[in-house]
Design a protein around this ligand. Structure first.
Ligand SMILES: Nc1ncnc2c1ncn2[C@@H]1O[C@H](COP(=O)(O)OP(=O)(O)O)[C@@H](O)[C@H]1O
Ligand SMILES: [Mg+2]
Length: 246
């Protein structure tokens, strides 16, 4: 029997409920609202939030490719085939782009959801020459546009949501926007264009969530109690070189 994969995950917990003493998870389904853009200044909890999500993706037997430009927080994964660091992160982008071609051509099945997780996208772009920047932005735009129907999803973090980091129109393909900590006016405007006025500075690990078709919600990223176990679970998923040929 064909395995059905889970694509609904907790992205955090409701801050409103939390302030009343309840823990209510905020769920997203990649199939209905594909791709997450996560923006927060340095130290406001991007990588931490990624680990919270990555663990769930890993536990659901997802195919994960992790691109870690800074290469500080995922040292436990450094020898994994699906982990790319420093200037090698473009290879992760390339591998997912090629997998997408294979899925389009019907060479491999689309059953196993695939996640391209990119920590510090803008930092990576800034480190590469202009010409390659355009090429990488174009690659990303294709995955954002075509990935959805092929079970390929993107999770991207940046310190600021500047439009120069995307090909024109590519940003509109993110079904989920998450902003944490103290967002610049510019970031707030890009992530939450209809609600910019209500956005306030938040502490680390807290902020706002916009899921397409739903009202803006205040969100809190919960504490990860067992970080070393979380790292191990993520590591195990990144060791898998299965390319979705189920
Ligand atoms: N939701 C959270 N709960 C507890 N600690 C957090 C949370 N978010 C971030 N931290 C801690 O704050 C520090 C900075 O977080 P990090 O995710 O590395 O920020 P960024 O990736 O945005 O620079 C880390 O030491 C991390 O463990
Ligand atoms: Mg980080």
């Amino acid at each position: 029997m064909m395995k059905t994969f889970k694509t609904t995950f907790n992205i955090g917990i409701s801050q409103k409920a939390l302030s009343k003493g309840f823990v209510v998870p905020l769920k997203i389904n990649f199939k209905s609202t594909p791709h997450i853009i996560l923006v927060a200044p340095s130290g406001a909890g991007k990588t931490y939030a990624l680990k919270y999500i990555l663990r769930q993706l890993a536990e659901a037997d997802s195919l994960i490719y992790l691109c870690d430009f800074k290469a500080i927080d995922f040292s436990a994964m450094s020898d994994c085939p699906n982990y790319f660091k420093h200037s090698d992160v473009n290879k992760g982008l390339e591998v997912v782009f090629e997998l997408m071609q294979k899925r389009i051509n019907g060479d491999v099945g689309c059953e196993q959801p695939c996640y391209l997780v990119f920590d510090e996208w803008a930092g990576f772009l800034a480190s590469t020459p202009k010409k390659s920047q355009e090429e990488y932005k174009q690659r990303l735009a294709s995955i954002l546009m075509l990935g959805r129907g092929l079970g390929i999803y993107v999770i991207l973090t940046l310190q600021r949501a500047d439009s120069s980091n995307f090909s024109s129109g590519a940003r509109d393909n993110f079904g989920v926007a998450l902003g944490l900590g103290r967002l610049s006016k510019e970031s707030a405007r890009m992530l939450f264009p209809d609600e910019t006025d209500v956005i306030e500075a938040k502490p680390r690990g807290k902020g706002y969530l916009r899921v397409d078709g739903k009202p803006l919600t205040e969100i809190s990223i919960p504490t990860i109690k067992d970080m070393s176990k979380t790292d191990l679970i993520i590591r195990r998923a990144l060791l898998s070189s299965d390319e979705g040929g189920h």
